[in-house]
Design a protein around this ligand. Structure first.
Ligand SMILES: C[S@@+](CC[C@H](N)C(=O)[O-])C[C@H]1O[C@@H](n2cnc3c(N)ncnc32)[C@H](O)[C@@H]1O
Ligand code: SF4
Length: 430
């Protein structure tokens, strides 16, 4: 049933029966050609190391080793060089460092990579970086600031010791509160905290208390994600089927409503489907910009009509780059219809956008392609449309994203699951 609905939506929205990524590695000339049609772009840098591997985590990561991190640094610098000619002086308008855990490399090459990016690319933006609470000593926070990183995200996950234990997080509530306090006192432009909700056995009251405690701690932004179970993770293998029912969806919705209430009352605004930002603070954001170049193992690049995905295997990534081969393992050509659907997916995630942005990108009024869907969603109370700006309501934001998840959890599981199993997959069908 779910697959039939997926297929129907896929056909309607993209005109395709399936999405097929192939191991068609582009040449230097082809990549240069892609950049000729791009004015500005975002950068994503993936650091695939963690000091422990959490049982729920779907991301591409492996255990940190200092020798491997140093080799990785050299390879990333060479990958940066390989794109230098293609990107030329085009402006980089967003730069996001994610993982894994970027702060594992604070003392084994991260500064060197960032300096190299500054020297090679035309950075016209601030840097946003993820961090682990256990890495936020005074010294490390000074190091992060000295690298010129003004936007910091911290993976807190829970403020209840029982849930931290379920998630196998290696700290206590008291310890993580101190770490966040130190970060807040350090004067970053934006401190974001990631927490998860709809955890096994979590009560509504605990969700409310967590929201209030985060506000009291002075964080600028909170990204609250429901616990998603991916079938290839340790937690997903044993519980996958328990996480998708209607009851679970309604529980997530009620918990999100509690968070909305708590954060709006304290003067925060919704800044994406899952995030609330204090009014007037620049928002901490990950990769949702329309076009981006991904660096590192599992780095993905979206260059208008093509999507490239680097190999997930760190050793293979380093080997390929050192042999002056391309680290791209899979590529997907995107038809005009797929580009439009992808664009809309991310704008819905951001919860608001201007119709003129669509016109600028695709040279056509958004109502030509999506007018009847937008009118239908407006009637359901999912969005407001004043003729230029589309703003999702809280209800619309939740349910539209819940709908998107029917696709994305499945797609991510297939694409990332296969990319973890095979370094250079022949093809992946989504
Ligand atoms: C790369 S991690 C954050 C940085 C660092 N690695 C850490 O764990 O502290 C990104 C965030 O994604 C969220 N996340 C990871 N796995 C998730 C899952 N299965 N469901 C929902 N959110 C998840 C967590 O909130 C996590 O902090
Ligand atoms: S949640 Fe963070 S620390 Fe845990 S495995 Fe994932 S990326 Fe690493």
């Amino acid at each position: 049933m779910k697959h039939a609905i997926q297929k129907l939506f896929l056909k309607r929205l993209t005109g395709e029966h399936e999405i097929l990524l192939r191991n068609a590695v582009p040449s230097r000339e082809q990549i240069q050609d892609k950049f000729k049609r791009i004015d500005t772009y975002g950068l994503y840098l993936h650091i695939p190391f963690c000091e422990q591997l959490c049982p729920y985590c779907p991301y591409n990561k492996e255990l940190y080793r200092v020798d491997l991190a140093r080799e990785y640094k050299q390879a990333v610098k060479k990958e940066i060089n390989s794109y230098a000619e293609a990107v030329g002086n085009k402006a980089v308008t967003s730069f996001y460092i994610g993982g894994g855990t970027p702060t594992t490399m604070l003392h084994s090459g991260l500064a060197d990579i960032i300096d190299h990016i500054r020297c090679t690319f035309n950075l016209q933006c601030d840097i946003h970086m993820e961090s682990h609470p256990n890495h936020l000593s005074e010294d490390n926070l000074n190091t992060i600031k000295s690298m010129g990183i003004p936007h910091l995200s911290i993976g807190v996950e829970s403020l209840i010791d029982r849930h931290l234990k379920t998630l196998c997080r290696p700290y206590t509530v008291a310890g993580v509160k101190e770490a966040v306090g130190r970060a807040v006192a350090h004067g970053f432009n934006c401190v974001n905290v990631d927490v998860m909700f709809a955890l096994p056995g979590q009560t509504y009251q605990e969700v409310e208390e967590t929201g209030r405690a985060l506000i009291e701690m002075g964080v600028d932004q909170v990204a609250a994600y429901p616990l998603f179970l991916f079938p290839y993770t340790l937690m997903g293998k044993s519980n996958f089927n328990k996480n998708h029912g209607l009851f679970q969806m309604l529980k997530r919705r009620r918990m999100m409503r509690i968070l909305e209430h708590v954060f709006y009352e304290a003067g925060y605004e919704r800044s994406s489907t899952w995030a609330f930002t204090r009014k007037g603070v620049p928002r901490y954001c990950s990769v949702t910009v329309p076009l981006y170049l991904g660096l590192g193992a599992s780095g993905g690049s979206y260059l208008k009509d093509v999507f490239y995905l680097n190999t997930f295997d760190t050793d293979e990534y380093i080997k390929a780059i050192n042999e002056r081969r391309n680290a791209i393992a899979l590529s997907l050509d995107l038809s005009e219809k797929m580009q439009r659907a992808g664009w809309l997916y991310w704008r819905i995630y951001e919860t608001q956008f201007n119709k003129s942005e669509y016109m600028r990108r695709f040279g056509e009024d958004i109502d030509c392609e999506y007018g009847r869907y937008l009118r239908f969603l407006k009637r359901l109370g999912f969005l407001k449309d004043d003729g230029e700006q589309i703003v999702l309501s809280d209800r619309g934001s939740f349910w539209l994203h819940a709908g998107e998840n029917i696709f994305s959890i499945d797609y991510i599981s297939k694409l990332w699951g296969m990319s973890k199993r095979e370094s250079w997959p022949e093809q992946v069908s989504l």
